[in-house]
Write a protein that binds this ligand. Structure first.
Ligand SMILES: [Zn+2]
Length: 360
């Protein structure tokens, strides 16, 4: 009886020590590296100004560091491929290049470096997920037009979360080579096509999450579902489970498209508020996890948009072109190391800093 008592006491003592040991282990484990990059395609200063005038207060205003980006590629006026490749690889390259340098040879991307270091990775866009901006983080091709090849490369990248449009590029019935990328990916991904099931499925914590909500680009912001904020929340719900951390790129793809269309200012504002709400979701996430770095950039300005008075004392949008312009674009950042993004930087320098951030 006495022996049993002694053993019981010893056993209880071990139980009491256990939680303390766990705490120590948790303290020794390094802080997770969490980097969220937002790219507003085409988002120059007038786009943010229009959104500010419409909403009075924007989420992006909560980010304390502001900078300007010189977006030049090897041309004065960049396109989204060279713009995103500069952010993804730290390399200045030619228009149309996807994850390759001026010599058309692959350059390692921040997403690939993050994955090699054991971080979870995610790409979110309102365009096709194979479109120039997200493609530049997870593919290496000489031309942005090679979207079927981009889809093949993306499917092999073991990206933790992929959310956006572009179903047709993964569909064997629509691919010229008949490859069943979707079928292959379903072996390791939980696949969502309905906007309503996105958040519930993401919160269940699938190992990998694939959501394709349109054959190509998603609809305009007004009436688009899921919203960019919903997709960002879903991505964060999955990525946050990796104790090492994650790299996530979220693109507001369509301010650029409204700029190309020289769309009415209200449609630009709709896209910008959708983009800003996604940034708000990330800032909310960061509040409980101060180790999270958030950087908001644009690849270039589109349309030469200016905010002008109309005849009724209200404002209207005036455009100087239906293509891109070379004006510097605003950058916003908050979190550890955010101050390194202040001042005037080239887009490739921003890329170098992002790579340094995921290597922390
Ligand atoms: Zn464009």
């Amino acid at each position: 009886m006495k022996a049993i008592y002694r053993y019981t006491v010893a056993f209880l003592a071990i139980l009491a020590i256990q939680p303390a040991a766990h705490r120590l282990e948790a303290q020794q484990r390094r802080t997770p590296t969490r980097v969220i990059l937002f790219i507003g395609d085409g988002v120059g200063i007038a786009y943010w100004t229009a959104a500010l005038f419409a909403a009075d207060a924007l989420s992006v205003q909560k980010l304390p560091v502001v900078g300007l980006v010189d977006t030049r590629s090897t041309s004065y006026i960049t396109d989204s491929a060279a713009g995103a490749t500069a952010y993804a690889t730290g390399v200045r390259t030619y228009n149309g290049a996807i994850g390759v340098g001026p010599d058309s040879l692959p350059r390692k991307t921040v997403l690939e470096i993050a994955r090699e270091r054991g971080l979870a990775t995610g790409l979110v866009a309102t365009s096709s997920i194979t479109h120039a901006t997200p493609a530049s983080f997870a593919a290496h091709v000489a031309s942005r037009a090679e979207e079927f090849e981009i889809a093949s490369q993306m499917a092999r990248q073991e990206i933790t979360v992929l959310l956006g449009g572009g179903r047709r590029f993964f569909d064997p019935a629509q691919r010229p080579d008949g490859q069943d990328l979707l079928g292959q990916m379903l072996r390791s991904y939980t696949y969502v096509t309905s906007p309503d099931s996105l958040l519930p499925v993401a919160k269940r914590g699938p190992a990998r999450l694939l959501g394709l909500f349109a054959e190509q680009g998603m609809p305009k912001a007004m009436g688009r579902s899921p919203s960019l904020a919903d997709m960002t929340l879903a991505a964060l719900a999955v990525l946050t489970r990796n104790p090492e951390g994650f790299f996530l790129m979220v693109e507001g793809s369509q301010p650029d498209w409204r700029g190309h269309e020289n769309a009415p200012l209200q449609e630009v504002i709709d896209e910008m508020l959708d983009f800003d709400q996604a940034i708000g979701a990330a800032i909310e996430y960061q509040r409980g996890r101060p180790e999270t770095l958030i950087v908001v950039v644009a690849d270039h300005e589109t349309g030469g948009l200016a905010i002008q008075p109309d005849s009724t004392g209200m404002i209207t949008g005036g455009y100087t072109t239906n293509s891109h312009t070379g004006e510097m674009v605003p950058l916003f950042a908050g979190g550890p190391g955010a101050e390194r993004f202040a001042g005037i930087l080239t887009s490739s320098r921003v890329g170098e800093l992002l790579i340094e951030a995921v290597k922390r």
